[in-house]
Design a protein around this ligand. Sequence first.
Ligand code: SAH
Length: 325
Amino acid sequence: MAQKRTIFFLLVKLNLTAEKESCGGGRRQTMTTTAKTMKEESTSRNRKRKRQRNPKSPKEDPNETPKNQNNDKKRQRDTKTHKNNQHGASSASSKRSKPSNFLDTLREKLSGGNFRRLNEKLYTCSGKEALDYFSEDPSLFDMYHTGYQQQMTNWPELPVNSIISWLSSRSSSLVVADFGCGDARIAKSVKNKVFSFDLVSKDPSVIACDMSNTPLESSSVDVAVFCLSLMGTNYSSYIKEAHRVLRPSGWLLIAEVKSRFDPNNGGADPKDFVKAVSDLGFSSSLKDFSNKMFILLHFKKKEQMKPNKKKIEWPELKACLYKRR
Ligand code: SAH
């Protein structure tokens, strides 16, 4: 017991407890665990301990039912939360295999905390900073992607699969650039020539770079894809790079977390985003909001572009953070 407590406090000290998810509407919070959040965590721990001692106390959890249908109710609540959760953040917990012992739980917390920290880092720094950060320690990239894959197991449908279907229904002679390719699923799934870019290359087919500055020739690709990858604070420079490398009439396909485009919850107004992309030299061809988790936006690069002297107003795309589980 004493050992458990020591390890638990070590975890707190290591700052592995992350902030609340702000993807679904809350404000972005700073990464550092402040004294206040530590206090809140300690209060919530105390509450948890109390609950463990007296699990039926209705005051501790107003949602609890007297007839001990707690677990069923909780499961129902969780399912609802999952359905509404824009980044599938908490739904991960439902499908995770149950840790078999205390150390497994700790290990899981540790990797979850690292994932959230890296995820927040990617959303709150520039592409160049992200490249430097991951280049210094490429193992962080594995850490990030382990957590990312875990989150993805809970999405009812993966946006990358929509993009793969779109590509598969067209000529395989189209040359594709996958910006922020992750595990390069697109390149592995279609017959097309695909240039895959990410901050770290774990596969010989992936080119490591900051995607605002790819080694591609201008006007050399037919399709530019951003699947959940408009993460940096300078995301507009990624779209500008896609505009540079696309041939006239080339496609720009964007899949993003829906809550980032929910103006009622602190997200960007999709109209502002579409306008900014159009001002850069694209025509909007698809705005698909039908999926619960992600949106799909398709554009075509204009054949000719009148010189646009006005400054393009890019809306801020809020970070998509994850809940501590
Ligand atoms: N497109 C993949 C992975 C999405 S995760 C999929 O849908 O499964 C987002 C990816 O974008 C991460 O792998 C991250 O490393 C990458 N990324 C974020 N900013 C980047 C940048 N500036 N340059 C290159 N890759 C970047």
